[in-house]
Design a protein around this ligand. Structure first.
Ligand code: FAD
Length: 286
């Protein structure tokens, strides 16, 4: 099923993200996480992708669809990719009956090449022209992408992804809902009217904080840093879960179209969050 149809049918779409193992790892850990996630019946699961490791994304996407009967979004990056290599990936995804792709550029590191594609919008254009049946999703950044000269410029660039056929957006994780609401206002003013799912990551250990800030650039509001300064171990886990649940509850009360949980393959955390928001979510879902 295409995710845009889900957004047409439901007031609130709940999803979870998992990552595949590195090339040499087994699927055991992610399968275990998926088992927990499946018990919460999210509307779909997305599977991340890293350049050179795309086959593992496809393997995990197959497990999501065939072993757990959940709808799946496969991430697809285009750093170092060519039109020929992307065409090959699309054929595999088609064969595996994946209908939805999160089109991404990916981070550019030293030695990486941008040849056939420079931006996610170009990847979206290529997929739409060569395989129009895929439903496309895009990433967006409530605090601005770190390379963009300003948030307004980033939103201007985001518009290119929508014009290229992206039907819904998933945000980078954010810890302060006000940042998200201000962003939605800006998107509306820029004429971007596709559903935007809020990316939420439960931060359940102190070690996750530094890494999360480094990887996402998300700002940490005082309300959260105060918790992190006070708690550790099981108390931090509980405080982090409570924080994420409160964030999601408030987002739902304000009519958010989707909540995308960055699970970090922690099935227990995903299960706790989904079960704690279940009643609130059910009250608005159709
Ligand atoms: P783009 O949309 O191409 O934007 C990148 C930068 O280029 C932005 O600053 C934008 O403003 C600018 N830009 C865009 N178009 C133009 C233009 N025409 N002219 C000038 N500037 C332009 N990474 C992975 O490696 N694997 C994953 O699975 C993955 N999943 C993700 C999922 C989500 C929901 C999010 C939010 C991020 C994910 N990332 C993933 C990280 C992402 O790949 C990086 O943030 C990357 O740096 C940007 O990718 P993008 O698709 O947003 O790029």
């Amino acid at each position: 099923m295409k995710i845009n149809e889900l957004f047409e049918k439901k007031k609130l779409v709940l999803s979870a993200e998992v990552f595949p193992p590195k090339t040499s790892g087994t699927l055991e850990l992610v399968v275990r996480a998926l088992k927990d996630i499946a018990s919460c019946k999210p509307d779909f699961v997305s599977v991340t992708c890293s350049a050179g490791n795309e086959m593992r994304t496809e393997d995990v996407a197959t497990v999501v669809k065939d072993a757990f009967s959940m709808e799946c979004v496969a991430h697809l990056t285009c750093v170092n990719a060519t039109k020929a290599s992307v065409a090959e990936r699309l054929e595999t995804l088609k064969r595996k009956r994946v209908d939805n792709i999160l089109v991404l550029r990916g981070d550019v590191r030293d030695g990486d090449k941008l040849t056939d594609f420079h931006y996610a919008s170009e990847l979206a254009e290529f997929v739409k022209s060569s395989c129009p049946d895929f439903n496309l999703i895009g990433a967006c950044y409530p605090e601005g992408h770190f390379e963009a000269e300003s948030l307004d410029k980033d939103i201007e660039n985001l518009k290119r992804k929508i014009d290229a056929g992206v039907t819904h957006l998933v945000t980078q994780l954010f810890m302060d809902n006000e940042v998200f609401y201000r962003y939605l206002d800006k998107l509306e003013k820029a004429g971007i009217d596709v559903p935007v799912a809020a990316g939420i990551m439960p931060i359940t250990t102190t070690a996750m904080i530094k890494r999360t800030v480094e990887l996402s650039g998300a700002s940490m509001p005082h309300r959260f840093t105060a918790l992190a300064a006070r708690f550790e171990g099981v108390a931090m886990r509980e405080a982090g879960l409570n924080y994420a649940v409160e964030q999601i509850t408030e987002l739902i009360s304000r009519g958010v179209r989707g909540v995308h949980l960055y699970t970090m393959n922690k099935g227990d955390v995903a299960t706790e969050v989904f079960s704690r928001i279940e009643k609130v979510a059910e009250s608005v879902r159709q």
